[in-house]
Design a protein around this ligand. Structure first.
Ligand code: C2O
Length: 539
């Protein structure tokens, strides 16, 4: 541990500079490549699938795209991947993209951004090398990213192909994306340049020969020869290095922390108790900074924090530790020597401190209420493995959530599974406003499985348990909200631009609509396996 320096991924500007110094739209071409990556100085290089502008510059994670608020970016995503996947991914017993003539189906989703459906990376809009074969909702090679979401647009892009997402993310098809808004952010006086860093954290398991280990025998091999519900690795990588170190000055740093693990939650803290000052989460700033001693990140969740290393005058080394059980919250404890460690900071002398005013995050009126129920059921007809259903429906079923563009809704999301689930909505920004425990969740769950109706099953009488406060650092517009088991998590969902309350400046109502899903991407019927729900905007 702590022998490789933390790298920063290459940055690609997502805009050009026009005649009067104004940013202007540009076209980028980014490819997916099969190459190798050195996760640790003593390891054999690992075969990976990664993003880059060329084979030589492709990295794990891929390059960070730095876009500008309101300046559209056009990206042509190219698939240069070989005929077969490097990980055991093709399980025909789940919904999976299968090309007729080989190749690895891929499609890119810019997670947390607002873009038109045909640029959203729908799971069936996949394509293979040189666009040789395409999925049923594929329409175009070049995607348009309007970059209209608010500042602190800490988002990311990753593969989203049907039935392959779990393997293609493990292989390395993931990267950070920032939407800058200099006019708005300049006055905050946040650390910038070399003091503004990404930490993209992902767990992996490796074979002795350096290849990524992925379990290739299914939980019930007679039914699912390969598919497994969750992936956990005991090696924690940050920016593609196993347990790296970073030399820091005794001053403030901005750390944009993304949990890019498939299924692992992270509960991070510093070994000396140094606080995190959270300024933003996912795609927006908090209305005021919140200081915490630990941060819980579900898969796909992002916290943007200020860490002031001058507050630890005695320390010379500080470890970042992880204590989240896996699966979260009731699974195995972390091993203090393996997945219990994330990285180390080595402190050098001298620094300074400045002030941080932040924008207001105004609250919004609600327009319509929906009940969204997550529960597990046995697969039919074999009755052997678990499916995660949302309102008892699957991706293939017609959309039932049909919000109007420009509106705000209140969704009561009821988690009837034993695990915490990271809920992710495409397009919309949302935030938890209330978390209330169910009393007698078992009776309610069996009634819901039978009737699928919150009125018949008396939700009112069950949703009266203990209230869990929404953590201060999560009170902002987010792309991922954690759903504790046996709780009703009420979220305000904005189907509009949250910084100016305007409708989307593109047709968000077009086919195929948007999906929403649990982002534990090994969970059957989450994105990896074809069963998220569709929210189709109307009007
Ligand atoms: Cu991270 Cu459906 O996406």
């Amino acid at each position: 541990k702590y022998v490789d320096a933390l790298p920063q991924m290459p940055k690609i500007l997502g805009y050009g500079i026009g005649p009067f110094g104004f940013p202007v739209p540009i076209n980028l071409t980014i490819g997916m490549y099969h190459t190798t990556w050195q996760f640790h100085r003593n390891m054999t290089p690992t075969p990976v699938f990664v993003y880059g502008q060329s084979l030589q510059t492709a990295t794990f994670p891929g390059p960070t795209i730095v876009a500008r608020h309101n300046v559209p970016l056009y990206v042509t995503w190219e698939n240069h991947l070989p005929d077969a996947h490097i990980l055991p991914s093709l399980d025909r017993t789940i919904d999976v993209a299968i090309p007729k003539n080989g190749g690895v189906p891929t499609v890119v989703h810019l997670h947390g951004a607002a873009q038109a459906p045909d640029s959203d990376g729908h799971a069936l809009a996949w394509f293979t090398r040189d666009f040789a074969e395409k999925g049923s909702t594929w329409t175009k090679k070049t995607y348009t990213y309007p970059n209209v979401q608010p500042a602190a647009g800490n988002i990311w892009y990753h593969d989203h192909a049907l039935g392959l997402t779990r393997a293609s993310l493990l292989a390395g098809l993931l990267a950070a994306y920032i939407v800058e808004w200099p006019e708005l952010e300049m006055p905050f006086n946040l650390p910038s340049g070399e003091f503004d860093l990404h930490l993209v954290i992902a767990d992996r398991q490796f074979n002795a020969n350096g290849t990524i280990y992925m379990n290739s025998t299914g939980v019930v091999p007679s039914v699912h020869p390969q598919w497994n519900p969750e992936y956990f690795g005991e090696v924690i990588t940050v920016n593609g290095k196993a347990w790296p170190y970073l030399r820091v000055q005794r001053r403030r740093y901005r750390l944009r922390i993304l949990n890019a693990s498939n299924a692992r939650y992270l509960n991070i803290r510093f070994s000396n108790g140094l606080p995190f000052t959270v300024i933003a989460s996912d795609a927006s700033y908090l209305s005021a900074p919140v200081t915490v001693s630990n941060l819980l990140l579900s898969p796909a969740e992002i916290f943007d924090v200020i860490v002031d290393f001058s507050l630890a005058p005695e320390a010379t080394e500080i470890e970042m530790l992880n204590s989240a059980p896996y699966p979260y919250p009731t699974g195995n404890a972390t091993n203090p020597d393996l997945d219990g460690k994330v990285m180390k900071f080595l402190l050098a002398p001298k620094g300074q401190l400045d002030d941080m005013p932040l924008p207001d995050n105004s609250t919004v009126p609600e327009h319509r209420t929906r009940y969204i129920v997550l529960y597990e059921n046995m697969t039919k007809p074999d009755n052997l493995t678990m499916n995660l259903y949302i309102n008892g429906l699957r991706l293939e079923d017609p959309p039932t959530e049909t919000p109007r563009s420009g509106t705000t809704e209140l969704w009561h999301v009821i988690n009837l599974t034993p695990d915490n689930h990271p809920l992710h909505l495409h397009l919309a920004e949302f935030q938890a406003v209330k978390m209330q425990q169910l009393v007698d969740p078992d009776t309610f769950t069996s009634c819901m499985k039978q009737h699928n109706d919150t009125v018949i099953c008396n939700l009112d009488q069950h949703a009266v348990g203990a209230l869990l406060p929404v953590p201060e650092e999560e009170k902002t517009w987010k792309n991922v909200v954690k759903l504790p088991p046996a709780y009703v998590t009420s979220v305000v969902v904005a189907f509009r631009l949250v910084h100016n309350n305007m409708p989307y400046p593109f047709d968000a109502t077009a086919a195929p609509g948007y999906v929403y899903h649990c982002h534990s991407i090994q969970t059957k019927n989450a994105i990896s396996n074809g069963g998220p729900r569709r929210a189709h905007l109307v009007g």
